[in-house]
Design a protein around this ligand. Structure first.
Ligand SMILES: [Zn+2]
Length: 330
């Protein structure tokens, strides 16, 4: 299977985003691909790099077979620099070394220069700053950096805000989903639980928690409520005690679960998938019919989810979630 086919199948949302950017020629200078091991961030980075330099393109993505494409894939392309921070931290001096090299004329005819930084969470802040600063200068015009991380929360907000973040979906959910179903849970519960963990035992534990019961109820009310009236949907969160609630620790768990359910809902919507469940099919049909911007809604959920890993104030975040989602529909 080619990288393109693989990306399309495993990460349909990322596939669409990249496709649109390459087609409209509005790519970013700095990408941050966030995803767990096995989610395909590295392959997507290689495909993107190939698509910037391929000499034999017929569509928006690279052919993956021409000489330039092959050299990107095996790491021998002259203007590609791959730094691996997974084992050893990337220091500022290494980045500067590469920059010095890149400042000289391009070795390859495309003129494109590309960095791939694997394990960006292990690069020092100075190294990342130095890299991004360079990209923002005129000399960095035809330079693209693709940072890969498995721990987005370890990357400073000042770095993140200067990159376009792509959130890769975990691909380890299917086995957990199937195990939940075999354990006698219905489709809806199995699906939702496998969105929050890939560990079956943990899924079973969550399924018995009161946080799960609350999150599930909130989700089942929120999804139809939002499409009906995005502003009123904020009240659902209030009525569920998510904002200004008393039990802070549990509220945090409820919000975390609710966000992962919503992320899944919009991912399925973006990918145009039909799930084997009446409630899901019905709700997705309504959302499609109303033509809400699923991609933008997903982006908001992912951003709030990301903040939820860092911000302690759940009340405030729940409010912000409601507000930002409403804003997208305006
Ligand atoms: Zn090619």
């Amino acid at each position: 299977m080619t990288r393109q086919e693989n990306l399309k199948m495993q990460q349909p949302v990322i596939y669409q985003l990249l496709q649109a950017q390459l087609r409209d020629n509005r790519r970013s200078h700095a990408y941050l691909f966030s995803g767990s091991r096995g989610s395909g961030t590295k392959d997507a980075a290689i495909l993107l790099a190939q698509s910037l330099v391929c000499q034999n393109k017929t569509g928006v993505f690279a052919c993956e077979t021409c000489s330039a494409c092959q050299r990107i894939a095996n790491g021998s392309y002259g203007d590609l620099m791959v730094l691996d921070g997974r084992e050893q931290s990337i220091k500022k001096a290494q980045i500067q070394n590469v920059q010095n090299q890149f400042n000289k004329t391009a070795l390859e005819s495309s003129g494109e220069k590309i960095y791939i930084l694997d394990g960006a969470e292990n690069a020092t802040d100075e190294a990342l700053n130095s890299l991004l600063k360079f990209l923002e200068e005129p000399a960095g015009m035809k330079t693209t950096a693709i940072l890969l991380t498995q721990a987005l929360d370890k990357i400073l907000p000042t770095i993140r805000s200067r990159c376009q973040i792509f959130y890769f979906n975990s691909t380890r959910r299917q086995p957990c989903f199937e195990a939940c179903q075999s354990a006698g849970l219905n489709f809806g519960d199995s699906w939702l639980l496998s969105q929050s963990t890939s560990d079956v035992e943990e899924a079973m534990e969550i399924s018995q928690s009161s946080a799960y019961t609350r999150a599930r109820e909130a989700f089942i009310k929120w999804i139809p409520g939002f499409v009906e009236n995005p502003w009123q949907a904020a009240l659902i969160l209030q009525n569920e005690g998510l904002t200004r609630g008393k039990n802070r620790e549990e509220n945090r768990q409820v919000l975390t679960l609710l966000l992962s359910f919503c992320a899944s809902f919009f991912r399925v919507l973006c990918a145009n998938r039909d799930l084997q469940d009446d409630w899901w099919r019905q709700q997705q049909a309504i959302y499609r019919q109303k033509q809400l911007p699923a991609q933008k809604l997903l982006q908001v959920v992912l951003e709030i989810q990301d903040q939820n890993n860092r911000v302690a104030n759940t009340d405030l975040l729940a409010d912000q979630f409601a507000y930002r989602m409403w804003e997208v529909t305006q």
